[in-house]
Design a protein around this ligand. Structure first.
Ligand code: ST9
Ligand code: ZN
Ligand code: ZN
Length: 328
């Protein structure tokens, strides 16, 4: 693993080396005067309502699904979750490690299965989230409340500052990755096939599950579960939990979110050390994504996994965490 052992005032030494604009920019000032009016996108409201209704229905019919279909649902959950955590998040948004072509193809496949916008859009929004966290330029500004940061931000037009600041970000690394560009180009078709087609047809073809159950359980219910687990990082993990590394920011350490988002709930750590491939200092604990990346590393498919050293972490705790840290 590549360990970061030097130390800079804002705790992130590697952004320049990684050429990633994911470090908080405290020079940004929100514009004065009234905020732009909220414009609801009714199409999204209807689609999200239908999705959640379909997922609830899927939950009620899980007793009629075979054991194999239930196992398959878990497999689809994990593949799509990894496409977001190990893929869009730790690899493409933060460049916290490097991945070989086969691994990038697998992660892009999982990412289409997660249907959370294409990797390019996801990573660009996420960099703006880190750089302008909890301001008008943050797509899911948690200061606008739980509902807005959880799902509301996908139901309204973006604040103009998100787009203005996002357009100034360097996303050349994303444009240079053929896997990212291929997925962007064929995004709609890939979602249709991989988010809905594969989860539904595999159990029907291989063990005779009904297409109905295939559509509602590994399809809609699994999709909706991954979405909500992801959104909890933006909502719950920006509101509830300890702040051992930096008391001056809102992101928190939230174990429930860490569990449901396969390792992404250590959010105070993550916003403090966004270059750390593990998004936590506790290795595999509640962190299936780190377990997965370490596995890929031992197979030679992932390399240059960056990590904050113990000294960097302890120095930061002393400086901004004011002793609320618990190790172990
Ligand atoms: C979804 C995403 O769910 C979830 C992301 C969560 C992130 C979580 C992060 C937490 C950490 C990681 C944890 C992972 C845990 C995983 C656990 C797994 C178990 N910069 O978008 P438009 C441009 S998606 C620069 O239409 P509106 C844009 O290119 C769910 N430019 O804005 C366009 O330009 P042009 C499914 C930007 O009209 C123009 O602006 N999807 C940026 O305001 C207009 O863009 C949905 O629900 C930027 N940042 O509409 C639909 N942003 O005109 C989602 C935009 O030149 N989206 N631009 O082409 C939409 O329908 C719309 O985006 C909207 C806003 C209605 C929300
Ligand atoms: Zn992040
Ligand atoms: Zn955050």
């Amino acid at each position: 693993m590549t360990t970061i052992s030097d130390f800079s005032p804002n705790g992130d030494t590697m952004a320049e080396n990684r050429k990633v604009e994911d470090v908080f920019d405290d020079t940004y000032k929100e514009k004065e005067g009234p905020k732009p009016p909220r414009q609801i996108v009714w199409r999204n409201v209807v689609l999200m309502a239908l999705l959640h209704t379909g997922a609830l229905y899927g939950l009620t019919i899980t007793p009629s699904a075979s054991i194999l279909t239930l196992l398959w649902t878990v497999v689809c959950f994990l593949i799509s979750a990894l496409g977001v955590t190990a893929g869009a998040h730790r690899l493409w948004s933060h460049r916290s490690y490097k991945a070989s072509l086969p691994l990038r193809i697998f992660l892009a496949f999982g990412n289409s299965m997660a249907f959370q916008n294409d990797i390019f859009e996801w990573a660009r929004d996420h960099r703006v989230h880190h750089k302008f966290s909890e301001t008008d330029a943050d797509p899911h500004n948690a200061l606008r409340g739980f509902f807005f940061s959880h799902i509301g931000w996908l139901l309204v037009r973006k604040h103009p500052d998100v787009i203005e600041k996002g357009r100034k970000l360097d996303v050349s690394d994303l444009k240079a990755d053929p896997v990212v560009m291929f997925q962007k180009k064929h995004y709609k078709m890939s979602v249709l096939l991989v988010c809905f087609g594969v989860p539904m047809f595999v159990p029907w073809y291989l063990w005779g599950e009904s297409l109905w159950v295939g559509y509602f359980v590994p399809g809609l219910l699994r999709y909706c579960a991954v979405l909500n687990a992801t959104w909890l990082v933006n909502s719950a993990a920006h509101m509830w939990g300890m702040r051992p590394y930096d008391l001056t920011i809102n992101p928190r350490e939230n174990r429930f979110v860490a569990l449901s988002a396969i390792g992404e709930g250590f959010h105070n750590y993550h916003h403090t050390f966004p270059y750390d491939y593990s998004t936590s200092e506790f290795g595999h604990k509640l962190n299936f994504t780190t377990f997965f990346i370490d596995g890929m590393h031992s197979l030679g498919l992932a390399r240059e996994c960056k990590q904050a050293s113990k000294e960097v972490v302890m120095a930061r705790i002393q400086r901004t965490g004011k002793g609320s840290h618990k190790s172990g």
